[in-house]
Design a protein around this ligand. Structure first.
Ligand code: NAP
Length: 301
């Protein structure tokens, strides 16, 4: 339970509603900043304007998945209020106050450091990344169906990268009957791809490996699908780039060659916001419960 915890939910999208639902069930005291257009009532959650909030008793601040912009702005789809997280706000919080975000950037890292608070980037956690790979793959399947005129079954697919997303993508497309080859740079990944019953190749041989593919799914956040690689692909190849912006594809060259290349960020929030929100809500409530236990333990000593 999160009884006695005081938490600010600052901005966000539909995923935040699952977090609010879970936290209210766990009896936390919630303040919602940037939610005045939200009609759904949540008992135990109070909507507040950011400048009316008293941060001196706040135990945790929950930011949306993208965190803040480089100017500190926090996106919210439920308000027209401009929400900016500043160093001054953090300094008003108790020293144990922790900020939770999906990812971070220079601005957020900087104000956290200056105010000497703790930041948890949820997307750096393996558990969140692995759970999130499930809706990511479902979104990738949707894109493959919408943008090709062939079945996934029996199509030739190259998956680039065997990280948390790449492994799920490779496995699920293979289960759908595609002929899947997977590119990696580490010999242990080559071994794992072989163990999975898929065809492995080293990424430095990528140019030769794309000559017969229908779909290329990139998960490597590095420019590996370059002009020299794209030049070798059949003209009907579809590139789905899942890597975080700007992706790993030379989109300019793909367009010039007439190859359809799609950057597909944020698929979990698009295809399954409820599940994506539940993934975050479950991990967050576990982390906050641990935090509360630790603090109570220290107070007793
Ligand atoms: P990950 O577990 O870190 O996997 C990244 C993979 O890329 C690893 O196989 C890594 O290989 C490889 N890699 C990294 N740099 C490389 C380089 N310079 N050359 C060759 N290989 C390289 O990350 P993930 O969780 O799978 O996520 C992959 C990407 O998808 C990230 O950019 C993430 O932000 C994004 N993502 C997108 C969505 C979406 O909706 N589109 C959803 C979730 C995640 P090594 O082990 O050899 O380094």
């Amino acid at each position: 339970m999160l009884t006695d915890m005081q938490i600010v939910i600052m901005g966000g999208d539909a995923r935040q509603l699952e977090i609010i639902r879970k936290f209210t069930e766990l009896d936390a005291k919630l303040y919602l900043a940037g939610f005045e257009q939200l009609e759904q009532p949540f008992s135990g959650a109070v909507k507040e304007k950011l400048h009316d909030l008293n941060f001196s008793h706040i135990d945790a601040i929950i930011l949306p998945v993208p965190g803040t912009s480089l100017e500190g702005e926090v996106e919210t789809i439920f308000s027209s209020e401009k929400i900016i997280l500043t160093e001054k706000i953090l300094q008003q919080t108790p020293s144990h106050c922790t900020v939770y975000s999906g990812i971070s950037n220079k601005y957020l890292d900087n104000i956290i450091k200056k105010s000497n608070r703790k930041l948890v980037n949820l997307f750096e956690r393996d558990d969140v990344a692995i759970y999130n790979s499930i809706p990511t793959v479902e979104g990738t399947i949707m894109m493959a169906i919408q943008n090709t005129d062939i079945t996934i079954h029996q199509s030739s697919i190259a998956v680039l990268g065997l990280g948390r997303v790449g492994m799920t993508v490779a496995r699920i497309f293979s289960l759908l009957g595609a002929k899947v080859k997977v590119g990696a740079r580490k010999s242990e990944h080559i071994a794992r791809i072989t163990e999975m019953g898929l065809q492995p190749f080293y990424l430095n041989d990528l140019r030769n490996e794309v000559k017969d593919i229908d779909i290329c799914i990139n998960t490597v956040p590095y420019p590996i699908v370059d002009a020299a690689v794209i030049a070798q692909m059949p003209s009907h190849t579809l590139i789905i780039d899942l890597a975080s912006k700007p992706g790993g594809t030379d989109f300019r060259y793909a367009e010039k060659r007439g190859i359809k290349a799609l950057l597909a960020p944020g698929l979990p929030g698009i295809v399954a916001p409820k599940t994506a929100g539940q993934i975050l809500a479950n991990v967050l409530s576990q982390l906050l419960e641990e935090e509360l236990e630790n603090r109570k333990g220290k107070e007793k000593r």
